[in-house]
Design a protein around this ligand. Structure first.
Ligand code: GLU
Length: 286
C-alpha cells in the first residue's frame, strides 16, 4: 500500500478543488482569508517545484450573495438571482485570489467553463490549447463553472464533477478534492459508529456508488459523497488518481504529495471506452 502513496511524489500535474464551505467561516459565511492564504501558498509552492497546477474553486454564488448583503433580486426567477450573485461574486473571488497569488509572485488566470466547453469539439479543443499554453507560461489557471451563463439545461452543477472533468481535460495525474470530510467511510460516520475509514479504493464497486447516493452534502456546497464518487469515476476512467481529504488543514496538499497517508486515495482504472464529451452531454444538472 505504501508504494501507492510513494507514487504521489512523482505527480507532475495536479488539480486541486476547494468547495465553498471550505473557504468560508461557518459562523458568518464570509471568506476565510487565512485558509485562502494557505491554499494559495501551497499551490505556489507546487509551482515552484516545477509542477503544473490548476485550482478549481467554488464560491462565486456565496461570495456574491454576501457582497449584496443577501439582497433579494426577485424571487420570481431564482436562477437569474443566483446568476446575478455569481456575476458579482466571481469577480470578487478572483480579485481576492489574484491579490494573494501576487504576494507569492505567481501569475494566475481565470477560466470559466460550461458544459458546452466539453461537449462542443471546437470549444473543447480551444480550452485544451489554452490550458496547455498557460502551463507553458507557468501560470496557475483558476477554474469555476461560468455560473452567470450556465442555465439549468446546460450546467455541470457541482465543482466535484467540474474538477474531475478539468483534470481529465488537462490530463492531470492527480486530483485532490478538499472537502469537509476526512475521506471515504464504509458508512456515514455521523450515524454509524462502526463505520470504518477507507485508505485506498482500487475499484469503484456498485456497492460503493450506491453508498454515495445515500449520503448528503454540506449546506453551502452542492456536493455530498455522491458527487465525489462520480468525480472519482470520471477521473479514474480518464487515468487520473484522486484523493479526497479534509480542508480543515489545507497544508495536507503538500503532505499528500509527500506520500503521507492522508485522505482516501482512489487509484485510476483507465477505461478506454469512456467518452468524456458524451458522458458530460448526458449528465443532468440539478
Ligand atoms: N460554481 C458554484 C459557485 O462557485 C459552486 C458549485 C459547487 O459548490 O459545487 O458558487
Amino acid at each position: 500500500m505504501s508504494d501507492i502513496r510513494e507514487m504521489m511524489k512523482d505527480k507532475k500535474r495536479i488539480v486541486v478543488k476547494i468547495g465553498s464551505s471550505s473557504l468560508q467561516h461557518s459562523e458568518t459565511g464570509d471568506l476565510d482569508y487565512t485558509k485562502l492564504d494557505v491554499l494559495v501558498r501551497e499551490l505556489c509552492n507546487l509551482r515552484n517545484q516545477g509542477k503544473d497546477v490548476v485550482l478549481v474553486t467554488s464560491g462565486a454564488i456565496s461570495v456574491g450573495k454576501k457582497a449584496l448583503s443577501f439582497q433579494d433580486a426577485g424571487e420570481d426567477n431564482p436562477i437569474a438571482v443566483k446568476q446575478a450573485y455569481a456575476a458579482v461574486g466571481q469577480a470578487r473571488l478572483m480579485m481576492t485570489y489574484q491579490k494573494i497569488f501576487a504576494e507569492y509572485n505567481q501569475v494566475a488566470a481565470q477560466i470559466l467553463m460550461t458544459k458546452n466547453t466539453i461537449v462542443d469539439n471546437l470549444n473543447r479543443y480551444n480550452a485544451q490549447n489554452t490550458f496547455a499554453e498557460l502551463f507553458k507560461l507557468g501560470v496557475i489557471p483558476v477554474v469555476n463553472e461560468n455560473d452567470t451563463v450556465a442555465t439549468y439545461e446546460i450546467e455541470i452543477g457541482d465543482n466535484d464533477t467540474l474538477s474531475a472533468i478539468v483534470a481529465s481535460l488537462v490530463k492531470a495525474d492527480l486530483l485532490i478534492l478538499l472537502s469537509d470530510i476526512d475521506g471515504l467511510y464504509t458508512d456515514d460516520p455521523r450515524k454509524n459508529p462502526n463505520a470504518s475509514y477507507i485508505d485506498v479504493v482500487n475499484e469503484l464497486t456498485d456497492e460503493l456508488m450506491e453508498m454515495g447516493k445515500a449520503s448528503t452534502g454540506s449546506d453551502s456546497g452542492t456536493g455530498g459523497m455522491n458527487t465525489k464518487l462520480q468525480a472519482a469515476k470520471i477521473a479514474g476512467s480518464m487515468g487520473v488518481d484522486m484523493v479526497i481529504a479534509n480542508s480543515r488543514d489545507i497544508k495536507v496538499i503538500h503532505r499528500i504529495l509527500a506520500g503521507q497517508k492522508i485522505g482516501t486515495l482512489f487509484t485510476a482504472n483507465v477505461n478506454e471506452g469512456f467518452d468524456l464529451p458524451l458522458y458530460v452531454q448526458q449528465m443532468h444538472g440539478h
